[in-house]
Design a protein around this ligand. Structure first.
Ligand SMILES: C[S@@+](CC[C@H](N)C(=O)[O-])C[C@H]1O[C@@H](n2cnc3c(N)ncnc32)[C@H](O)[C@@H]1O
Length: 275
């Protein structure tokens, strides 16, 4: 934990602006870096501001205090949603392209930092929020410990996990569930709860509200083929053939694959109190 040594920093360029920035060297090693490749299509493919508002509606009743930090802020849609409830979050992320979009949305409240090594002193935040981040880190327990470190005793750590609870009527999810094996099991709800650090006391173990949206089998197949989901970023050729291709074939064999289908899912919402 703590800050990187001076010689652990390196110069990098923002993909869009070309501006040079000094960032921790380990950002080049972390999976979060990969989000540079999907930043341009992230909002249109992940529910955009509508999802940000819906998640913020579910999260905000659990927030305590006014010093709020979002770890892995991405393009800032959750932070914008939180503003509607009167919370002005600061944010951290490793993907410069995602952060570029966040800065455009919420202004200069965003910093390049690894969620495992936050540039913050102990106990300085009232509520720390992580939405769809714990599936990306090397060790979720460590990340939660770091979130607890920066959160004052009595403050809150709130996470929304990426693994969806799909409605049984969701035909597309019934097929793409075959891709779940590509995610690491430690990112699921049960291990996250079981392995949470002792500095966090569980307050709430539930779900976000059900989210309905329009999608098509052909659109999903295209996203999978273009590896637009982080669980597909690094899939090797033989796993692709064995696991991904059958899912693509099944999606494309649905009747009228281009027809808009109503989908419905919700996500685990877990709230802890920092001790
Ligand atoms: C799936 S996106 C979620 C973004 C946002 N919370 C949302 O719900 O729209 C995950 C974000 O976490 C960032 N990320 C992944 N690993 C990270 C790390 N170790 N430190 C900081 N950010 C990280 C990625 O760059 C990406 O922007």
């Amino acid at each position: 934990m703590g800050q990187p040594e001076r010689n652990d920093w390196c110069l990098t360029s923002n993909v869009r602006s070309g501006r040079r920035l000094l960032v921790p060297r380990y950002r080049t090693l972390m999976p979060g870096t990969s989000f540079d490749r999907v930043a341009g299509i992230y909002d249109e493919t992940r529910g955009g501001q509508r999802r940000g508002n819906n998640f913020a509606d579910d999260i905000s009743p659990w927030i305590r205090g006014s010093r709020v930090a979002e770890l892995g802020i991405g393009t800032g849609v959750i932070a914008v949603g939180l503003r509607r409830h009167g919370f002005d979050a600061i944010g951290f992320d490793l993907s410069l392209s995602m952060m570029h979009a966040a800065v455009e949305r919420v202004g200069q409240r965003v910093a390049a930092a690894d969620v495992d090594h936050l540039p913050l002193p102990d106990n300085c935040i009232d509520t720390t929020i992580l939405v769809w981040v714990l599936q990306l880190v090397a060790d979720p327990t460590h990340t939660l410990r770091e979130a607890a470190r920066v959160t004052r005793p009595g403050g809150r750590v709130i996470t929304v996990l990426s693994v969806a609870d799909d409605h049984p009527s969701d035909e597309i999810a019934g097929i793409t569930t075959g891709l779940r094996q590509l995610r690491r099991i430690t990112r699921g709800r049960d291990p996250i709860l079981e392995d949470a650090p002792p500095s966090l006391r569980i307050l709430h173990d539930g779900f976000t509200s059900w989210n309905e949206f329009e999608d098509s089998a052909a659109k999903q197949a295209g996203m999978i083929e273009r590896r637009e989901y982080s669980s597909l970023f690094d899939v090797d050729a033989s796993t692709w053939t064995k696991v991904v291709e059958p899912v693509l074939a099944e999606l494309r064999s649905l009747p009228e694959p281009d027809r808009a289908r109503t989908r419905c899912n919700r996500h685990p919402l877990i709230v802890w109190e920092a001790t």
